[in-house]
Ligand binder design. Structure first.
Ligand SMILES: Nc1ncnc2c1ncn2[C@@H]1O[C@H](COP(=O)(O)OP(=O)(O)OP(=O)(O)O)[C@@H](O)[C@H]1O
Ligand SMILES: [Mg+2]
Length: 120
């Protein structure tokens, strides 16, 4: 179980799902997958899509504020969403990373299961 701030966590998922929708909407059969995996110590939330993908871009740079990959420039956005996600997840004691896939992109949020974070 994670006891955490639902408003902040919702913002993270809203950003990740909005990105997945935005960056896959022009492919023929857009698919977005949302998974939850739990081990003894870790809860993982995974959002993946079959959109434009992360190319050969350095995935860690995507979390820097205002940074957008070259293949994203024809889509609307300011490059703020993922930097907010990272800041929130660090505040909640977890981590977030992007992974390249053969097709599309994958974002993995990990939060320690025992985490009990009281904010507000
Ligand atoms: N699902 C995805 N598929 C491909 N690239 C992605 C995906 N999600 C994020 N990115 C890349 O990471 C960059 C940063 O994402 P971020 O959410 O911060 O910015 P944005 O969506 O472009 O703008 P904003 O969130 O401010 O509307 C994107 O511009 C894009 O290059
Ligand atoms: Mg975004």
């Amino acid at each position: 179980m994670i006891k955490t701030d639902p408003v902040l966590l919702r913002q993270v998922f809203s950003n990740l799902i909005n990105n997945a929708v935005k960056f896959s909407k022009n492919v023929e059969n857009p698919r977005i997958k949302i998974e939850f995996k739990k081990s003894k110590q870790l809860c993982e939330f995974i959002v993946s899509d079959n959109g434009i993908g992360l190319g050969d871009h350095d995935t860690s740079r995507l979390f820097k504020i205002f940074h957008r990959a070259p293949n994203a420039k024809k889509f609307p956005g300011t490059g703020i969403g993922l930097s907010n996600c990272e800041r929130i997840i660090i505040l909640l004691g977890g981590s977030i990373k992007a992974e390249k896939q053969e097709v599309g992109a994958k974002f993995i949020v990990s939060i320690p299961c025992s985490n009990s974070c009281e904010i507000r």
